[in-house]
Design a protein around this ligand. Sequence first.
Ligand SMILES: Cc1cc2nc3c(=O)[nH]c(=O)nc-3n(C[C@H](O)[C@H](O)[C@H](O)COP(=O)(O)OP(=O)(O)OC[C@H]3O[C@@H](n4cnc5c(N)ncnc54)[C@H](O)[C@@H]3O)c2cc1C
Length: 460
Amino acid sequence: MSQLVPVIEKLQQILPGRLVLDPEVLETYARDETIDLCALPACVVRARSAQDVAAVLKICNEYGVAVTPRGAGTGVTGGAVAVAGGIVLSMEQMNRILEIDEHNLIAVVEPGAITADIQKAALRHRLLYPPDPASLDTCSIGGNVAENAGGPRAVKYGITGHYVTGLEFALADGSIITSGGKYVKNATGYNICGILTGSEGTLAVVTKIYLRLVPAPPNSIDVLMPFVDLGAAVAAVSALLHSGIVPATIEFMEQDAITFVAAHLGQDMPCADAGAHLLLQVEGASQQACHETLEAIAAACAIEEDSIFVAQTAAQQERLWKGRRSIREALRAESPIFLAEDCVVPRGEIAAFLAGLKEYLQTLALRSVMFGHAGDGNVHINVFKDSLPAEQWQAMLSDLKREIYRRAIEHGGTITGEHGIGCIRRDYLAMAKSPEEIALYRRIKQAFDPRGILNPGKIF
Ligand SMILES: Cc1cc2nc3c(=O)[nH]c(=O)nc-3n(C[C@H](O)[C@H](O)[C@H](O)COP(=O)(O)OP(=O)(O)OC[C@H]3O[C@@H](n4cnc5c(N)ncnc54)[C@H](O)[C@@H]3O)c2cc1C
């Protein structure tokens, strides 16, 4: 605390109007979307420029004060929560979309820009920024870069890291560096953008981002396919991908996910009786081409075309996707405390992994709901606390996580596909990574942030 006083005094002098010290407002920066995690920062700085960011880092580095970068606070692993105290450096006011360069198919944006706003801006030029985390209406692109966020479109288009062509960033000592730019190929030196993407705010603070765009597909249709159970849905995914058709999205949901969403949103969902569902977006040059592809999909998946719900209007499309994107909130309404895991396994292992896990959770009398990105093997495993006493839940949590991770790794996967390590998986990193690799992380961290001020307590 003694170091914080001079730091805050200095920041007040050089960055007037950017500091938040009011305890009530600080409270709103004490959490992200991680369940059951809270830590009040001593101060928040709302940066307005790369120079503001650099100034904060330089002073905090001099005094050894922790800095937690924060985008929109939608992270689910505690990344933006100042668990080691110190200062939260908020990027929310650096939210401009600086340029949509339609000739070079590049967007240049500030880190606080909301992902959906970037997509809308690109679409006005008939261009697409494909990564689409379910939180896209509220999360920031800086947070997406820091978490290497993915979304339903990953099966066809890939994840955030596949679109970052350049980054401007500030190191812990306050120096500002630009690596990459508007060009899409780059063999010039180390891939620093690659190291920073997914570094969870532990290596540098990103202040500007260059993103690759692609031509927007002229037409698409959204469909919900019902299946008897999860096994049948996942088998259909294998058959589909084997047939050579790659829809833009292949999301799976257990029946309970749809039931909870319908109750939470107070609206009926189509095919609600089915044991499991696949939500597909099919793209094509024309509506007819989309429908022809859908016929081929039905044949590949051996499913009656009549049983598929095809969204006929924008409102129906919106209903399907709102339903998918509201699952997390719907689960929270069902049981405010639940374990939300994000394992990834090879696609062909999803069914066996989830079936084994379901069986194991049933032996513990725990209710669970599974959904996720069937096209890329990233499954969201949600286990309800329900009415278990808090002490009993806390006592079993670590073993529960270990068992889920052990099974994911046994099936050839790893412990998180898109949500990251943050502070909630830090103690389990060694299950998925060798001591040698973790030692290498430490040396990389040392090179970027020798005094360890950037987001301490995260990843390792
Ligand atoms: C309902 C819901 C649905 C979600 N769906 C998905 C999904 O489909 N796919 C997915 O991948 N995630 C998903 N998430 C998780 C979350 O939205 C993503 O991790 C997102 O990328 C976080 O962005 P943010 O701006 O909110 O970042 P924050 O939560 O503010 O921060 C996340 C991390 O990024 C760091 N950070 C933020 N900005 C910067 C910066 N400029 N420089 C350096 N580090 C920075 C922070 O220190 C922190 O470690 C979901 C979350 C919710 C609540």
